[in-house]
Design a binder for this molecule. Sequence first.
Ligand SMILES: [Zn+2]
Length: 98
Amino acid sequence: MVTPVRSDIIGGELALCWSDGSEQFIPLKKLREECPCAWCKGEPDVAGPAHALPERPPFTPESFQLKVMEPIGGYGLRLTWGDGHSAGIYSYDYLRSL
Ligand SMILES: [Zn+2]
């Protein structure tokens, strides 16, 4: 599996160097907009619309500030954003697909 060997935040983009030698630059705004958590994706609860998650509040400038990157279980990164949102776990496969 290809894993990130380096990650840096450079001028509003997340720069990733992968173990296969490739480099990737993902704008933080896009990264936040593509947050894979159920809340951001607005996935309907399996129990039905009556149990739908509350609507996500609009993004603020803080929403696009990446505060913490935390490796999770060797397969992905948990990102914590300036507005406190940290539910999204971005698998390496998902990051590479962005
Ligand atoms: Zn999210």
